[in-house]
Design a protein around this ligand. Structure first.
Ligand SMILES: [Cu+2]
Length: 189
């Protein structure tokens, strides 16, 4: 009699613990999955744009130092970032504008990534890429203030723009030959 009473008591206690656990766990796990959902939805176009701008600036700084290998690495990362951009969070209008920018930018970044050792070729693509990046920043923002700089000499004086995080000119087209050639054309805040 005593033994079965103990077993019964134990069984009740275990059930109670299990019930307690499940009741305390379920709202917790719901809260967790809610948080996960919220943070997934929180990868805003601005956050992705910001990450792309960071890769672009690495590329720009590598070109300014005539470092073709680092430029290629940043180019590959940038191409990858454009490929993975979650377009589902965009409005129909944003999707249209962004697709035009991204298809081109991804192609430019890919070529830069494949052209290690060919600085002039990387710079040709960087010229076009910079215009795409400018358009993207206008569309989504950059998460940081940027300068739009212009090199009047590049491409037989046809000139070219680039985006920079610093007020000081550091020319990615002419590199170490003429590092301070250029002017600030616009500030993006
Ligand atoms: Cu190419």
């Amino acid at each position: 009699m005593k033994k079965s009473f103990i077993i019964l008591t134990l069984a009740v206690a275990i059930l109670a613990i299990a019930a307690c656990n499940s009741s305390s766990k379920s709202p917790h796990s719901t809260a967790e999955s809610d948080t996960a959902k919220t943070s997934a939805a929180n990868i805003t176009p601005l956050a992705t744009s910001k990450a792309l701008v960071e890769d672009y600036l690495k590329l720009k700084n590598a070109l300014a130092k005539d470092n073709s290998d680092d430029a290629a690495t940043a180019g590959r990362s940038l191409a990858d970032g454009f490929a993975k951009f979650d377009r589902s969070a965009l409005t129909v209008e944003q999707q249209k504008s962004f697709t035009d920018i991204a298809d081109d930018a991804q192609e430019m970044a890919k070529h830069i990534g494949e052209s290690a050792g060919k600085l002039p070729h990387q710079r040709e693509h960087f010229d076009i890429l910079s215009k795409d990046m400018y358009d993207m920043v206008k569309l989504f923002g950059a998460g940081q203030p940027l300068y739009v700089d212009r090199c009047p000499m590049y491409n037989d004086k046809k000139s070219a723009i680039w985006l920079s995080e610093t007020k000081a000119i550091s020319n990615p087209y002419l590199g170490t030959d003429m590092p301070t050639c250029g002017i600030i054309k616009e500030e993006l805040k």
